[in-house]
Design a protein around this ligand. Structure first.
Ligand SMILES: [Zn+2]
Length: 375
């Protein structure tokens, strides 16, 4: 009996800090938290609403590496179920770990843009065959522009899907509905080498009080123009996740400058995205206060990469020293997604408040910066 009592006391002591911690988490849950998970040139972004609802946008590449990174962040965020799982489009750097995640954690509702335009490609045929099994008895919606997603405490508007775009301005969004003067100088690009499902990416604007953020997956240069011209239906945003990993197939000035972000987060890999043109458009974006990168970009080199304190994942120090001193070194071996794998991997956490202020934290070095509410 005494042993039993001792055991109970020990158990209570162990359980107490956990209970306190989860209590604190709930009490402090007045922020919208966003985790930008490094999948080395893929996408996996976790949104946790103040009420504890969860939305995962994309699932990185297939394989243990990205799966474990995503599961680690879900654990860190205390997430045990996904209320919403959003697939921007049918490419392996976005749907890669979906099947494995759905095996490990319940998913209530799946979203996508409808059938893939690449349904004749063997990998897409395989995924589209598997996809109904992944969804199982959960809810499923092929979204359309103007649809709203019920993500507690926020207002989520679908602005792009299946190569159709929002034409009615988002209600009460600052600057929405006005003519976009940047359309006049927009130059079309040759998109013959673009994998076509990128054009069909499903994307949304999320508003949490005065804080606004946008995620358009891998939407392309020509489709950004269709969305933003002649009138801007979105208005301005505080936080912009760069379209298409910062590749120069996306991220036009007609889009980026018009949405006037305060902060951009780039989901590039070391050798995917982070294009010079993308950096230059961000560097000249009016009102942009900071760029944060999930990776150092070899294409951007020392001239364009953001200061290291705002980069989550650096290549190894020897590689970087060689770059700075102008010595060429062979590329490290590629992992899934065509990039060198880093272990461990770091993420960014964004905590936003309804007054529009938000804090970005780099999990590699603990560096945080708070962006005060606009006056
Ligand atoms: Zn991609």
């Amino acid at each position: 009996m005494r042993r039993m009592l001792t055991l109970l006391i020990v158990l209570a002591m162990v359980a107490m800090p956990l209970a306190t911690l989860s209590g604190q988490t709930r009490a402090a849950g007045k922020t919208l938290d966003i985790y930008y998970i490094d999948t080395e040139g893929g996408q996996a972004t976790l949104f946790v609403s103040p009420a504890g609802q969860t939305l995962l946008v994309d699932t990185g590449n297939s394989g243990e590496r990205d799966l474990n990174r995503i599961l680690d962040v879900l654990k860190t965020a205390g997430v045990t179920k996904l209320d919403h799982l959003w697939l921007t489009h049918y490419h392996g750097d976005h749907y890669g770990s979906m099947a494995e995640i759905a095996k490990r954690i319940p998913v209530a509702h799946f979203y996508d843009h409808g059938r893939s335009i690449e349904s004749d490609r063997p990998n897409i045929i395989a995924f589209e065959k598997l996809y109904p099994e992944i969804i199982g008895k959960s809810a499923h919606t092929a979204v359309k522009p103007g649809d709203k997603i019920a993500f507690a405490g926020t207002d989520v508007t679908v602005v792009a899907s299946n190569s159709t775009f929002l034409k009615t301005p988002i209600a009460k969004a600052p600057g929405a509905g006005r003519p976009n003067p940047l359309c006049a100088s927009h130059k079309p690009r040759d998109e013959s080498k673009v994998d076509p499902d990128n054009h069909y990416s499903a994307g949304f604007v999320m508003q949490f009080g005065a804080f606004r953020t946008i995620d358009l997956g891998d939407l392309t240069w020509s489709r950004e123009f269709e969305l933003m011209c002649p009138n801007n239906p979105i208005g301005t945003v505080d936080l912009y996740l760069t379209n298409h990993h910062g590749l120069d197939q996306s991220g036009s000035a007609a889009f980026v400058h018009a949405i006037h972000p305060r902060v951009a987060i780039m989901n590039n890999g070391t050798r995917k995205g982070g294009a010079v043109q993308t950096f230059e458009i961000l560097e000249t974006s009016p009102g942009l206060e900071d760029l944060w990168q999930l990776h150092w970009s070899y294409a951007g080199a020392v001239e364009h990469n953001t200061p290291g304190v705002k980069i989550a994942n650096l290549d190894d120090a020897a590689q970087l020293a060689a770059i700075v001193s102008g010595i060429q070194t062979p590329a490290p071996p590629a992992g899934p997604g065509g990039n060198a794998a880093h272990s461990p991997a770091y993420y960014f956490k964004v905590s936003a408040s309804t007054d529009g202020s938000f804090t970005v934290t780099n999990s590699r070095n603990g560096y945080s910066k708070t962006y005060a509410a606009r006056q």
